[in-house]
Write a protein that binds this ligand. Structure first.
Ligand code: ADP
Length: 255
C-alpha cells in the first residue's frame, strides 16, 4: 500500500540571500521525485513573500504590502517548482487554502477530492496559505500549522518538516552549543510549546514553537511528524526511503 506523505519546506530552505535558490530546488525536487516513486506526496511550500520581495521591495511590515508580495511571489514560486519537476517528467499544481477551509466539511471535501485526483494522476499538489485573505496567517500564522492540518484532514501517514534546523533539541542550538538533538518525542509539554518566540530568519514566521504545535496536533490525532534538515537531505532520505532513523526528530507514539 502506498503511503501518503506531506512534506513542508520553510522559506529558508528554498531561498538564499532572499532569492529562490536553484541548487536547493535541484536537491529538493530530486528528493521529492524519489519519494513520489513509492508514495503519494503533497508539498506545502513557504517562500511566496520572500520571492515577491526579490521582485519589488515593498515594506513587509505593512500587512497589505505583505499580502501583495505573496501575490507577486506565488506564481514565480510555482513556475520555479515546475521548471525543476519537468526534469523528472512531472509537474505540480497550486492549491491555496486558508484555515477556514478546514472548518467547513464541504470545503475540506472539495479540497480533498481535488488533491486526490491530482495524486491519482501523479501530479504534485503544492499547497500554500492564501495570504490575500488569510489575515491571521500573516500576523501570527505559519505553514507548520497548515501542513499539520493538511496531514490530518487528507489522511496522510506522516508530515515531514524540512527546516533550517536538523531536528528538535533540548534547547535552541543557535544559543546553546551543548544543545542535544532529541531523536524521538512522544508528547509535547505545554510549557515547552509556548516558550519559544525566536524564528530562524526575517522571512520565517514559525520558529520551533509552531513546529511543536504542529507535532502536538498530530500526536493528539494519532499521526506522526518528522523534523529534519532541508539543507542536507540525508536524514530525510534515510528515514523515508530506507526506514532508517539516522538523524532528525520523529514525533510519534512508540509502537
Ligand atoms: P522554518 O523557516 O524552516 O519554518 P524556523 O527558522 O522558523 O524554521 O525555525 C527553526 C529555528 O528554531 C531554528 O533555526 C532554531 O534556531 C530555532 N530553535 C529554537 N529552539 C529550538 C530547539 N529547541 N530545537 C531546534 N530549533 C530551535
Amino acid at each position: 500500500m502506498k503511503k501518503r506523505i506531506v512534506v513542508k519546506v520553510g522559506t529558508h530552505v528554498i531561498t538564499d540571500g532572499g532569492k529562490l535558490c536553484a541548487e536547493r530546488f535541484e536537491k529538493l525536487i530530486e528528493f521529492l521525485s524519489l519519494v513520489m516513486e513509492k508514495n503519494d506526496v503533497i508539498l506545502v511550500s513557504s517562500g511566496a513573500v520572500a520571492t515577491g520581495f526579490s521582485k519589488i521591495k515593498l515594506d513587509k511590515k505593512i500587512l497589505p504590502n505583505k499580502q501583495a508580495l505573496a501575490a507577486i511571489g506565488q506564481p514565480y514560486l510555482i513556475q520555479y517548482y515546475n521548471e525543476f519537476l519537468q526534469k523528472y517528467g512531472k509537474f505540480g499544481a497550486q492549491i491555496l487554502l486558508i484555515s477556514d477551509d478546514f472548518d467547513s466539511r464541504k470545503r475540506t471535501k472539495a479540497a480533498k477530492d481535488a488533491i486526490n485526483t491530482l495524486l491519482e494522476n501523479n501530479i504534485l499538489p503544492i499547497i500554500n496559505e492564501n495570504d490575500t485573505t488569510a489575515i491571521e496567517e500573516l500576523v501570527f500564522g505559519d505553514n507548520d500549522q497548515l501542513s499539520a492540518h493538511v496531514t490530518h484532514f487528507l489522511d496522510a501517514d506522516l508530515l515531514v518538516i524540512l527546516s533550517d534546523i536538523n531536528g528538535y533539541y533540548d534547547s535552541d542550538p543557535k544559543e546553546n552549543k551543548n544543545a542535544k538533538l532529541i531523536l524521538h518525542v512522544e508528547k509535547i509539554d505545554n510549557d515547552v510549546m509556548y516558550q519559544d518566540v525566536n524564528t530562524g530568519s526575517e522571512f520565517s514566521t514559525g520558529g520551533i514553537a509552531t513546529k511543536l504545535k504542529a507535532a502536538d496536533f498530530l500526536l493528539k490525532n494519532g499521526r506522526s511528524m518528522f523534523l529534519a534538515s532541508g539543507f542536507d537531505l540525508s536524514d530525510a532520505k534515510n528515514f523515508i526511503l530506507e526506514g532508517r532513523h539516522s538523524g532528525g526528530t520523529l514525533f510519534a507514539l512508540k509502537s
